[in-house]
Write a protein that binds this ligand. Sequence first.
Ligand SMILES: O=C(O)c1ccccc1NCC(=O)[C@H](O)[C@H](O)COP(=O)(O)O
Length: 268
Amino acid sequence: MSVLEEIIAGVREDLDARRARVPDAQIVRRAEQAPAARDALAALQGGRDDVAGVRVIAEIKRSSPSQGELAGISDPAALAREYERAGASVVSVLTESRRFNGSLEDLDAVRAAVDTPLLRKDFIVEEYQVHEARAHGADLILLIVAAMDDARLRGLLHLTESLGMHALVEAHTPDQIDRAVAAGAQIIGVNVRNLKTLDVDPDRYEALAAHLPDDVVRVAESGVQSAAQVRQYARAGADAVLIGEALVRHADPAETLRGFRIASRRSG
Ligand SMILES: O=C(O)c1ccccc1NCC(=O)[C@H](O)[C@H](O)COP(=O)(O)O
């Protein structure tokens, strides 16, 4: 089994347990009754400019399969407020529990704390999880092309948009970019982390970005350890970058985020 398949097997077990507590009809109702979603697409659009710099999706990430424990993060709401003040365009909240030590409770706490659009970062493969994301205040969800066939990708994307949210559709190969485009994705992320080996190769972004159409929001995912890397992604055409480890490991995540944004403004 690949790492992705192993993670999804665990996600499905946890999902079954939640579904037994909150049945489908109830989660659908909760999603319908939630306050309207914020416009994450608009927050990420516009590309890099002299005022805003590259857009940043700042992630709340306690642990990861590749690195183990990254940061304690006892108060995700406080970290989200710092990200918001430092100019994050979107805050990403990992809700997968087994490998990333996240939860829907984290999403609830962050939703109550900030007005910035929120990404539910998880391994979403079922409609139930899309309703759940909306019910817990998400505005954007992650859909990983490698985790599903075309029919499911289209179906989940359609459901996401029908609930007023947007999807960050994640690709790792040119073929997956084509599949994301064909499904109608408006926001496409190129993740430079190989999901089989977990190795990160930031140079892959530029090679793969050449396959992205001009009319989608382009997100460079993973592998930012420095302002220079943010500049490299911006020069390669990224409208936004998704950053986890480098922020949460730093003693001052907000200052680090500010520095990254300023660096991208000066990239020329
Ligand atoms: O982070 C991992 O080890 C990982 C392993 C397997 C699947 C997904 C994984 N990470 C999810 C992400 O995409 C990253 O959290 C996100 O892009 C931020 O990356 P980074 O800035 O390198 O923490």
